[in-house]
Design a protein around this ligand. Structure first.
Ligand code: NAP
Length: 296
């Protein structure tokens, strides 16, 4: 019989992920800080917890998908947090992208309760969350990864146990270094195409299937050329991930130059009040340097 599941954080990602657990027939108790975001999940068959602690008291495995390190700490360690009523033998699975160091520190507190923690950050965008096709990078004990596997498989397609606690978060930062390089290149390429008088749709058609093809180009390129800046992943959250990369790169002593460039381009957009837009709006930061607009 499957275990009782909790899901905390029903934002762009968490909503789709929790819905996929329900679609696969699992028993899910949800909580979200903004209560109204629970409605769709309850209509789909979830029950509702009153607080993160209430979710932990009622369930065996608690999945979390909130924004930043301090937010995971708030729902786990804070007032009415998971830790307050965590049962011995329970498992906490954190899908948020946060600091690897804070993750291992939190795991110590969770284990002091006789429970376990996996860090399991995800990649694949809101599309992957909705379709159950996420890539999930998991850090923690092998027996707990095996325990969580049926549920992770309901939410993702590529599930990789990359190492001990914290390793999932480090692998996710690797993912973000790769994604951001492609995002900067996409902005640069679209600006060049516009300035060269190319038809942007035909240009995307021409290059997407070749060696330059990527998830970013296929999913965010079509949005960018029609100036649709609605977020799959906001600039503010992208900036948070780049900060995590820069901190971790400093810690391990390696350069992260493209990450640093993108961090500063996004900062310029944040100062214009655009932090809520999608991360593909990086093209706007490049447009501002030359006063050219793509797709107009
Ligand atoms: P989002 O739509 O902004 O949702 C954030 C969620 O976190 C909301 O449910 C929010 O509650 C909750 N939250 C934030 N701070 C909180 C706090 N202090 N206490 C309680 N709840 C809090 O973000 P998202 O795009 O789903 O991203 C969630 C995580 O997944 C992030 O770590 C992000 O980096 C990662 N991620 C996102 C994507 C993507 O493409 N979007 C892809 C991979 C990974 P409210 O509803 O009350 O605001």
């Amino acid at each position: 019989m499957s275990e009782k599941l909790g899901f905390i954080g029903l934002g762009i990602m968490g909503k789709g992920m929790a819905l996929n657990l329900l679609k696969n027939g699992f028993d899910v108790c949800v909580w979200n800080r903004t209560e109204s975001k629970c409605d769709e999940l309850i209509a789909a068959g979830a029950s509702k917890g009153n607080t993160p602690a209430d979710v932990a008291a009622k369930t065996d495995i608690i999945f979390i998908c909130v924004s930043d390190t301090a937010d995971v700490e708030a729902v786990v360690l804070g007032e009415n947090g998971v830790l307050g009523s965590l049962k011995a033998g329970s498992l906490v699975v954190d899908h948020s992208t946060i600091s690897p160091k804070a993750t291992t520190d939190m795991a110590v507190q969770i284990e002091a309760k006789g429970a376990k923690m996996l860090d399991a950050p995800v990649s694949g965008g809101n599309e992957g969350a909705a379709n159950g096709t996420l890539s999930i990078m998991v850090g923690g004990d092998a027996d707990q990864v095996e325990r969580a596997m049926p549920y992770l498989q309901a939410m993702g397609k590529t599930i990789t146990h990359v190492g001990d606690q914290g390793a999932g978060q480090s692998a996710k930062l690797v993912n973000q270094i790769l994604v951001i390089g492609t995002m900067v290149s996409m902005g640069e390429a679209l600006l060049f195409a516009e300035a060269s008088g190319l038809d942007l749709q035909k240009t995307l058609d021409a290059v997407s299937g070749g060696a330059a093809g990527s998830w970013t180009l296929s999913n965010r390129g079509p949005q960018a050329i029609v100036r649709d800046w609605r977020p799959g992943f906001t600039i503010d959250l992208q900036q948070k991930d780049l900060r995590l990369v820069l901190e971790a790169a400093d810690h391990v002593g390696v350069p992260a130059m493209t990450t640093s460039l993108a961090f500063n381009l996004y900062r310029s957009l944040q100062t214009q009040g655009l932090g809520h837009e999608g991360n593909h709006a990086i093209v706007k930061a490049l447009e501002n340097l030359v006063d050219i607009r793509i797709g107009e």
